[in-house]
Design a protein around this ligand. Structure first.
Ligand code: VG1
Ligand code: CO
Length: 544
C-alpha cells in the first residue's frame, strides 16, 4: 500500500477538556493540527491493527474535510474497517450505539457540541472507547502526552470517499461502510419506549409539540422518528435542516439560546410540550406549556417514573448525577432504596458505574440525561422518555413536575455563567475562594450557616482512580449548595460557572421565581467570590 509518512512539528496545546479537544476552526486549520491529534489517538491504540472504528460528526463546518483526512489516516494506520455515518453525520448518542452494536474498538466523533460553528466558530474531536463512552482521563492524558512529541503521521494519498450515499468501499486493506445515520438508533429507541402509545399521543388532536433541532445534527433523527415513524404532524420539528454554522446560532438547548422555542411555548398557542437538542444531539431541554423543567428535576422525575416505560419496567439499579447537578435525584434514589452516586462533571465519569451495572440512569444539570442503553447522554432519548410518560399519565408536564415537588420537595436551582473572562482572573478568583476554606465552616452568611467548604475530589467506586479539584463546594446546614467551577469546553479565555441550589419542602412555597428564591445564595456567591471585582462583570452572561 502507498503510505506517506509526513514529518510534522508537535503542538503542545492538544489537551482534551471535559469532552474531547475543542478549539476554534482556525486552530484546527493550522498545518497538520488535526493530523497530529488523530495520529496521537492511533498511537494510543495498540490494538488498532485490523480493528473496527465508528466515524461521524455533527455536520458542522470542517466536518467533511476532517472525515476524509481521518479515513486516509486510518487506512495508513492499519485500521481494518470503518463505519461512517451518511454525509459524515452521526449524533453523539448514535455513534455510541454503533460502537456497542458492532463491538468496535472505539469511535471518533467530530463535534464541538453546543459551541457555535462556521469558519469563525469552533470544531472538536473526541475518542470514545469500546464501551461506547468518552475515553477516560488516563486515555486522554496519554493522547495528549503523545501529541506533544509527535513528529510524523501516516496517511494514504487517495481521492475523497463519496459520503452522501450508503455504500461500501475498499481503501487498500481497509473496508469502509457508509451507513444510514438514523436507522440503528431508531431501532434502539423502539426497543426502549412504547412507540404505539407515543404515536397515539402525537396523532391526537388535543396534543401538540415542537422539537427544536437548532439546525444541528438531530434534524434528520427527529424528522424520521417523531414525524415519519410516530406520526407527529409536519412542522413539529423546527430548524430541522443541519447547517454547517447552525444558522449562525448557538446550538445550545437552554432558555437563553432556544429563544424561538421558548417564545412559542410561552405564547397563547396551546402547545403542550417543547424540547430541543444541541449541536451533536446529546443534550435536551424539556418544556411544558408555560413551564420549564430543570435538567436536574427532569432526571429525578424520569427516575421516579421509570417503571412506566417498557425499557425500565423492571426497575432501576441506581442513579448517578454530576456533582453540580441538584440533589433532587438523590431524594428519589433514597425513596426507591437504590444507590445514588455523585461524579465529577463530564459524561466519562459515568462509564464505569454503567458498565458495572451499578446505575441505570444518570444526568447532569447541563441538559444531559441518559441511561445504560448507551454510554453517552442522549437528547432524543430524553424527549421520547417524556413523551412516553405524558402518554401513560395523560397529564400536563407542569402537573407531573408539581406533583413530584409536592412529594419530594423542590430543589430550587440555577446556573450563572460568566463567559470569556481572562484566564488569570478566573484562576485568582478560584484561589481566593480556596483560601477561605478553613475559616468558612460555622459562619453565618445571609442567614445561612456554612457546613463545609472544599474542592470536590472523586474516587471512582469501580476502579479506585481519583480526580482532584473538580469544583469548589460551599455546603450549608440547610442542604443548600454553592458551587464554583471553570468550564473545560470553552475556547476563549475562561468561563466561570456558579451553581446555586436550595431545597424547599413546603408546597406552598413551590411557585417562586428561582432567581428570587435563590437571592440569598446569589448574594453569598458575589460576596465570597468577589465576582464583579475579579471578572469585571455585574451580571452573568447566561442564566439557566
Ligand atoms: C459542559 C457541561 C458538562 C458537559 C460538557 C460536555 O462542560 O458543564 O456538564 O458534560 O459540557 O457536554 P464544562 O466543562 O464546560 O462545564 V457537550 O453536550 O458539550 O459534549
Ligand atoms: Co453535546
Amino acid at each position: 500500500m502507498n503510505i506517506e509518512i509526513v514529518s510534522c512539528v508537535p503542538y503542545n496545546d492538544q489537551k482534551p477538556g471535559t469532552s474531547g479537544l475543542r478549539k476554534s476552526v482556525k486552530q484546527f486549520q493550522k498545518p497538520d493540527y488535526l493530523q497530529t491529534f488523530v495520529q496521537a489517538i492511533f498511537n494510543t491504540l495498540p490494538e488498532r491493527e485490523g480493528s473496527t472504528l465508528i466515524l461521524g460528526g455533527d455536520g458542522r463546518y470542517f466536518n467533511r474535510e476532517a472525515i476524509q483526512v481521518i479515513l486516509r489516516m486510518a487506512a495508513a494506520n492499519g485500521i481494518g474497517k470503518i463505519l461512517v455515518g451518511k454525509g459524515g453525520i452521526l449524533s453523539t448518542p448514535a455513534a455510541s450505539h454503533l460502537i456497542r452494536k458492532h463491538q468496535a474498538l472505539g469511535g471518533i466523533i467530530l463535534s464541538a457540541s453546543h459551541n457555535p460553528g462556521g469558519p469563525d466558530g469552533d470544531f472538536g474531536i473526541k475518542f470514545n472507547t469500546s464501551n461506547g463512552g468518552p475515553a477516560p482521563e488516563s486515555f486522554t492524558e496519554a493522547i495528549y502526552e503523545n501529541s506533544k512529541t509527535l513528529e510524523e503521521y501516516r496517511i494514504t494519498p487517495i481521492k475523497p470517499v463519496p459520503l452522501d450515499k450508503v455504500g461500501v468501499y475498499d481503501l487498500y486493506s481497509m473496508h469502509i461502510e457508509v451507513v444510514d445515520s438514523v436507522a440503528d438508533y431508531m431501532a434502539l429507541m423502539e426497543e426502549i419506549f412504547d412507540f404505539d402509545k407515543i404515536s397515539q399521543l402525537l396523532r391526537s388532536e388535543h396534543f401538540s409539540m415542537r422539537f427544536d433541532a437548532m439546525h444541528a445534527v438531530t434534524g434528520p433523527y427527529a424528522h424520521t422518528i417523531l414525524e415519519e415513524r410516530l406520526g407527529a404532524p409536519q412542522g413539529t420539528v423546527m430548524h430541522g435542516l443541519p447547517l454547517a454554522n447552525f444558522g449562525g446560532g448557538h446550538p445550545d438547548p437552554n432558555q437563553a439560546h432556544a429563544k424561538e422555542l421558548m417564545a412559542l411555548l410561552y405564547s397563547p398557542k396551546n402547545i403542550a410540550f417543547g424540547a430541543a437538542s444541541d449541536g451533536d444531539g446529546d443534550r435536551n431541554m424539556i418544556l411544558g406549556n408555560h413551564f420549564f423543567v430543570t435538567p436536574s428535576d427532569s432526571l429525578a422525575i424520569l427516575a421516579a417514573n421509570a417503571h412506566l416505560v417498557p425499557g425500565y419496567q423492571q426497575g432501576i439499579a441506581g442513579i448517578a448525577r454530576s456533582m453540580p447537578t441538584s440533589q433532587a435525584p438523590d431524594r428519589v434514589a433514597a425513596r426507591l432504596g437504590i444507590p445514588a452516586f455523585e461524579t465529577p462533571t463530564g459524561w466519562k465519569f459515568f462509564g464505569n458505574l454503567l458498565d458495572a451495572g451499578r446505575i441505570t440512569l444518570c444526568g447532569e444539570e447541563s441538559f444531559g440525561t441518559s441511561s445504560n442503553h448507551i454510554r453517552e447522554k442522549d437528547g432524543l432519548w430524553a424527549v421520547l422518555f417524556w413523551l412516553n410518560l405524558l402518554a401513560v399519565k395523560q397529564e400536563s408536564v407542569a402537573s407531573i413536575v408539581r406533583q413530584h415537588w409536592a412529594e419530594y420537595g423542590r430543589n430550587y436551582y440555577s446556573r450563572h455563567d460568566y463567559e470569556a473572562i481572562p484566564t488569570a482572573s478566573a484562576n485568582t478568583l478560584m484561589e481566593h475562594l480556596r483560601q477561605q476554606f478553613d475559616k468558612l465552616p460555622g459562619q453565618m452568611l445571609h442567614g445561612k450557616q456554612v457546613k463545609a467548604a472544599d474542592d470536590f475530589m472523586y474516587v471512582d467506586p469501580v476502579d479506585g482512580s481519583t480526580s482532584a479539584q473538580q469544583g469548589i463546594r460551599i455546603l450549608f446546614t440547610d442542604d443548600s449548595r454553592l458551587i464554583f467551577r471553570l468550564s473545560g469546553t470553552g475556547t476563549q479565555g475562561a468561563t466561570l460557572r456558579v451553581y446555586l441550589e436550595q431545597y424547599e419542602s413546603d408546597p406552598a412555597k413551590h411557585d417562586q421565581d428561582p432567581q428570587l428564591a435563590l437571592a440569598d445564595l446569589i448574594n453569598i456567591a458575589n460576596d465570597l467570590a468577589k465576582i464583579p471585582e475579579f471578572t469585571g462583570r455585574i451580571n452573568a452572561d447566561v442564566i439557566t
